[in-house]
Ligand binder design. Structure first.
Ligand code: XMP
Length: 520
C-alpha cells in the first residue's frame, strides 16, 4: 500500500475485466483510489487503509457457487458509503440478507435500458433526463430479492433490481457497469457517489508533483540515483520529476543501440542533457548491438540478444557512477496491479523497457518508482505539469528493441538506413494530415523481400515495405487505422520517390488479435 495524505477510496477487485476503468473514472473526478484484490482486504487492511468510501467491482464468478468470493463483512460496518457493481452488487445483496439466482432467461449482455422508479436517489442526479438511460450489462446471475433496508430506484427488462440502495446506511448497488463508455452517463454516477462520500477532489497533478518530490527526497536522502532513459514518455517523466527533486544526484543513462528512428538520439540528448542540464551518459553502443545481431534472423533470438546486451551495457555505465544506491524506473500503476492480479496466477512480468530485468537485485540497487500510482494519461499530464513539451509527451510508443522488430529477417545497417528514411516520410505525412494524435502507433516495416519495379526508363529491384498504423487503448488489442485511399496513395508515392532502396509499399490491415502491432 502506498502512503498518501489524500482522501482515499478503496476498490475491492473481484476480477472484472473493467475494474481499472472504475479507477480511471474516479481519477477523472480528482479522487485518489487504489484497487486491491478481495483476498487481501481483511479487517486489519481496512483499518490501515481507512477508506472514505468503498467500491465492490464486478467479477466473473457466481455468488451462487459455494466458496465464491466475498467482501470482508467489516466493509459494511465501517460506516462509509459502499457501491456494489454487478458481481459486487450481488455479493453485497447476499451478504446483507438478499437473494441471488442464476440465469434461466434473465441473463443480460451488452446494451440495456434502465427506467427510473418514482423514488429519487442522489447518486442519480443528472440521470433520466430522457426518461431512460442506456447502460451496459454483463451478467448471468441476477438479484431475485433485495436485502432488508434496500429500495429500488431503477429497473431494466431483465434486471428488476438494476439500481437499488439503502440510503440510511449509504449502500448503493447497480447491476450494470457505469465505468464503461457504453454507459454514457456512468461517469456522472461515480461523480455523484464520491461527492456524497465527501471527497474534495484533492487529487490534482500539482498536488501530486509536490508530494512525489517530497517523497523522493525523503527516500533518497543524499545518495545517488541512476535512471535508464529510453526517450519514451514514462522514463522521461520519471527522470524529469526525480531531477526536480534531487538535481545532480541523478544520472541518466541513454543507450543508443543503433536501432533508433531518424533523429531520435539527437532529440533525446537535446531534451535532457542540453535543455534540462541533467547528468547524462549517452552510451554509443551501435557497433556492439549491430555486430552481435549480424546474421541473426530469428525474432526471438534477436530480442534475446538485444535484451541481454542492454543489461550488460547499462550495468557497465551504471557501475561507473560511484555511490549509486538507487535505480529509477517508470513503472506505472497498471504494471503494479497486474502483478497482484485477481487470478492469483503467476504475476505478469513488468514490460521489459520498464525495468532493466533483474538488475536492481544483481547490482544491489533499491528502486525509485515515482509513477507507481499513475495511469498513462496521468503520466502525460504530469509531464506537461513538469514542462515537457506536449509534442514530446504525445509521441507514439516505441518498443525497447526498436527498429530491430520492424526489420523482419536479417538486420543490416543498409536496411536500417532505408527504414529510418521511409519511417520519417510516413510520420511526416501523418503529421501533415493532422492524424498523428488519432493514431496509437504508426511505423514502417522493411520487408525481407525485393520486388521488381520500373522507375523512369529503368528496371528497379528494391525492398518492399509495409506501413502500419493502429488505434488502440492500451496496446493489448488494436485495429488498423482507416486511412483514405488518397492518403495511402500519396504516402506510397512519396516514400518510393524520396527513399532510395524501396520500390513498393503495402498497407497492413491486420487487427490485433490475430496479428500483433509489431511485425516481430
Ligand atoms: P505487440 O507487437 O506485442 O505490441 O502487439 C504491443 C505494444 O508493445 C510494444 N512492444 C514493446 N515494447 N519492448 C517494449 O518496450 C518490447 O520488447 C516490445 N514489443 C512490443 C509495441 O510497440 C506496441 O506498442
Amino acid at each position: 500500500m502506498t502512503s498518501t495524505s489524500h482522501d482515499r477510496l478503496l476498490i475491492i477487485d473481484f476480477g472484472s475485466q473493467v475494474t481499472q476503468l472504475i479507477a480511471r473514472r474516479l481519477r477523472e473526478s480528482s479522487v485518489y483510489c487504489e484497487i486491491h484484490p478481495y483476498q487481501n482486504v481483511d479487517d486489519a487492511f481496512l483499518a490501515d487503509f481507512a477508506p472514505k468510501a468503498v467500491i465492490l467491482s464486478g467479477g466473473p464468478d457466481s455468488v451462487t457457487r459455494e466458496g465464491s468470493p466475498r467482501a470482508a463483512d467489516s466493509v459494511f460496518t465501517l460506516g462509509v458509503p459502499v457501491l456494489g457493481i454487478c458481481y459486487g452488487q450481488q455479493t453485497m445483496m447476499t451478504q446483507l440478507g438478499g437473494k441471488v439466482e442464476s440465469g434461466h432467461g434473465t441473463a443480460e449482455f451488452g446494451r440495456a435500458f434502465v427506467t427510473p422508479t418514482d423514488a429519487k436517489l442522489s447518486i442519480l442526479d443528472g440521470w433520466f433526463e430522457d426518461e431512460k438511460e442506456q447502460v451496459w450489462m454483463s451478467h448471468g446471475d441476477h438479484v431475485s430479492a433485495i436485502a432488508p433496508g434496500f429500495e429500488v430506484y431503477g429497473t431494466s427488462p431483465n434486471a428488476p433490481f438494476a439500481i437499488t440502495a439503502d440510503v440510511s446506511r449509504n449502500f448503493y448497488a447497480v447491476q450494470f457497469h457505469p465505468e464503461v463508455h457504453h454507459t454514457p452517463n456512468g461517469a456522472k454516477l461515480y461523480e455523484n457517489f464520491v461527492k456524497l462520500a465527501g471527497f474534495t477532489g484533492d487529487w490534482t497533478m500539482g498536488a501530486y508533483r509536490e508530494q512525489a518530490i517530497a517523497a523522493i527526497r525523503e527516500q533518497v536522502g543524499d545518495k545517488k540515483v541512476i535512471c535508464g532513459l529510453s526517450g519514451g514518455v514514462d522514463s522521461s517523466v520519471a527522470a524529469v520529476l526525480i531531477h526536480e527533486a534531487i538535481g545532480d544526484q541523478l544520472t541518466c543513462v541513454f543507450v543508443d543501440h543503433g536501432l533508433l528512428r531518424k533523429g531520435e538520439g539527437e532529440e533525446v540528448v537535446a531534451m535532457f542533457r542540453d535543455n534540462y542540464n541533467m547528468q547524462f551518459i549517452h552510451a554509443q553502443e551501435q557497433d556492439l548491438f549491430l555486430g552481435e545481431l549480424e546474421g541473426q534472423s530469428d525474432p526471438e533470438t534477436k530480442r534475446k540478444i538485444i535484451g541481454k546486451l542492454f543489461i550488460d551495457v547499462f550495468q557497465k555505465y551504471a557501475g561507473e557512477i560511484e555511490g549509486a544506491e538507487f535505480l529509477a524506473q517508470g513503472t506505472l500503476y497498471p504494471d503494479v496491479i497486474e502483478s497482484v492480479s485477481f487470478s492469483g496466477g503467476p504475476s505478469v512480468t513488468i514490460k521489459s523497457h520498464h525495468n532493466v530485468g533483474g538488475l536492481p537485485e544483481k547490482m544491489g540497487l533499491k528502486l525509485v518508482e515515482p509513477l507507481r500510482e499513475l495511469f498513462k494519461d496521468e503520466v502525460r499530464a504530469l509531464g506537461v505539469e513538469l514542462g515537457l513539451p506536449k509534442s514530446f509527451i504525445g509521441r507514439h510508443p516505441f518498443p525497447g528493441p526498436g527498429l530491430a522488430i520492424r526489420c523482419p529477417g536479417e538486420i543490416t545497417r543498409a536496411k536500417l538506413d532505408i527504414l529510418r528514411e521511409a519511417d520519417a516520410v510516413y510520420i511526416d505525412q501523418i503529421r501533415k494530415h493532422g492524424l498523428y494524435d488519432e493514431i496509437w502507433q504508426a511505423y514502417v516495416a522493411i520487408l525481407p523481400v525485393r520486388t521488381v519495379g520500373v522507375m523512369g526508363d529503368g528496371r528497379t529491384y528494391d525492398f518492399a515495405c509495409a506501413l502500419r498504423a493502429v488505434t488502440s487503448v492500451d496496446g493489448m488489442t488494436a485495429d488498423y487505422y482507416p486511412f483514405s485511399h488518397e492518403f495511402l496513395g500519396e504516402t506510397a508515392t512519396r516514400i518510393i520517390n524520396e527513399v532510395q532502396g524501396i520500390n513498393r509499399c503495402t498497407y497492413d490491415i491486420t487487427s490485433k488479435p490475430p496479428g500483433t502491432i509489431e511485425w516481430e
